[in-house]
Design a protein around this ligand. Structure first.
Ligand SMILES: C[S@@+](CC[C@H](N)C(=O)[O-])C[C@H]1O[C@@H](n2cnc3c(N)ncnc32)[C@H](O)[C@@H]1O
Length: 285
């Protein structure tokens, strides 16, 4: 069972499930097959951390099995196809057993892919048929696992609504150290995540001055969570024709962990308008 989450995790899952429901309603009279892709599906048994209080502990226990995958297969109207991706073969096997027990009638529609998101998600996206299908992708990572090239592969497929849990506080803001000195591997990781190196120029101010010993460079971190959120939303806007204006900050004990963002790859203004209305409404909280 994954030990991850708390009230903030519920908030994120509620938002995405509400979107999936509204998505079905909005497309119910269209002739599309609807596909759900869970890019970090987990083992289906996300553990919410309750408090000391017994009622909370009981509630937490009841919520143990309601991760993103279970929520998606339990919607009033099922998707035509489900793709579940996770790096951990063990988690995927546990999820499969759980979902097949829960919804045996959907067995033929469920596909399980063990492997890295940066390999499996682009492959799954390429298997979609833009003429017949419409898809929602949910990327719910622990941290910095998604490379920018994977985001570009999602954006290149013109039928995808994309929910992304961006590790703004948990990883990006922490890895971008105050001094600007960070292990090379951290800088390289942010480069792969952002798909460019220029974030350094936006997140840090460099000033040069002269002193007795010559020219010195001072580096000041100007990025805070808000700047990082704005910056990443703007990056998404370079890949997708639509990025929802609103976003949802997820905090634990006052600390920002993630920011939930939404983007849509559909070039049709009507499809984008609809997706943006629903997503912005839900992201308002
Ligand atoms: C936050 S959990 C997912 C929770 C799930 N969405 C839920 O609601 O229960 C993250 C999952 O990502 C998987 N994971 C971590 N790195 C990965 C990678 N590079 N590619 C695919 N899956 C990965 C982990 O095995 C873990 O199960």
């Amino acid at each position: 069972m994954s030990e991850f989450g708390g009230a903030w995790s519920e908030k994120k899952l509620d938002c995405v499930s509400s979107y999936l429901e509204a998505y079905h309603t909005a497309l119910k009279n269209k002739d599309f097959q609807l596909v759900y892709i869970d890019a970090f599906c987990g083992d289906g048994a996300q553990k919410t951390r309750g408090g000391e209080d017994q009622v909370m502990l009981v509630e937490a226990a009841l919520e143990r099995m309601r991760g993103s995958a279970e929520r998606a297969v339990s919607l009033p109207t099922p998707f035509h196809r489900y793709h579940f991706i996770d790096k951990s073969k063990k988690s995927l096997a546990q999820l499969k057993e759980h979902l097949l027990g829960l919804k045996p009638e959907l067995a033929e529609r469920m596909h399980f892919h063990a492997g890295d998101v940066n390999v499996e998600l682009p492959k799954t996206i390429q298997s979609l048929n833009p003429k017949r299908e419409r898809a929602v992708v949910f990327a719910d990572p622990f941290g910095m696992q998604v490379d920018w090239e994977t985001i570009e592969a999602v954006a290149a497929c013109p039928i995808v609504d994309f929910w992304y849990l961006v590790p703004t506080g948990l990883a990006l803001n922490r890895m971008a150290t105050t001094s600007g000195n960070m292990p090379k591997s951290w800088g390289d990781r942010i480069d792969r995540f952002m798909g460019e190196k220029e974030w350094r120029e936006r997140w840090y101010r460099r000033t040069e001055s002269d002193d007795l010993f010559g020219r010195i460079e001072t580096v000041e971190k100007v990025a805070d969570i808000k700047l990082i959120e704005d910056d990443f939303q703007a990056r998404l806007g370079k890949a997708f024709p639509l990025v929802a204006k609103n976003r949802m900050r997820l905090t634990d004990q006052g600390r920002v962990l993630f920011t939930l963002m939404f983007a849509c790859s559909n070039p049709s203004p009507k499809a984008r308008g609809l997706a943006s209305n629903i997503a912005n409404h839900l992201l308002k909280g």
